[in-house]
Design a protein. Structure first.
Length: 156
């Protein structure tokens, strides 16, 4: 179905998703030898730098829903890279922490991540990559509420 007789406006969401998938492929290839995917590396990295976190806090920080985070962290728990226990302040919440094995795997993965980061910056330019990260942080900070006027957005 065509939305109009002229070409549709570029869709910001589609462009962001395509770029995210391509970047994920680049980083996943670099991390393959460690047995981690980019999403798993991010979880280990966050836990390493922030210490134990509740599942909800980590999901919020990674801009993931709890279900997606749960599926992503299952192999990490199975492999003994993270541990899950009842939350310190609320026994109903679950808290994640990095294990020694997780810290060791993360340590090996950081070199692979750095290689992917350097490759991206060589291809895209260091200054442009820094600018892109700043812009994407701003995009990620946009509230979860839908726009008031859907007509103001791009076409899907």
């Amino acid at each position: 179905m065509r939305l109009s007789s002229r070409e549709p406006e570029p869709c910001n969401c589609l462009a962001l998703r395509q770029a995210a998938r391509r970047a994920t492929q680049l980083y996943d290839r670099a991390l393959a030898s460690t047995g981690l995917r980019t999403t798993q590396f991010s979880i280990l990295f966050k836990l390493s730098h922030h210490g134990p976190m509740t599942i909800q806090a980590l999901a919020d920080d990674l801009v993931l829903d709890r279900t997606t985070l749960g599926r992503t962290m299952l192999p990490l728990q199975r492999d003994g890279l993270i541990a899950i226990r009842a939350g310190a302040s609320d026994r109903r919440s679950k808290e994640l922490r990095l294990t020694r094995a997780g810290a060791a795997r993360l340590g090996r993965a950081v070199a692979c991540w750095r290689a992917a980061q350097a490759g991206f910056e060589r291809a895209f330019g260091r200054a442009r990559a820094a600018e892109l990260r700043a812009i994407l942080r701003d995009v990620a900070a946009i509230g979860a509420e839908p726009a008031d006027d859907p007509a103001q957005g791009g076409t899907p």
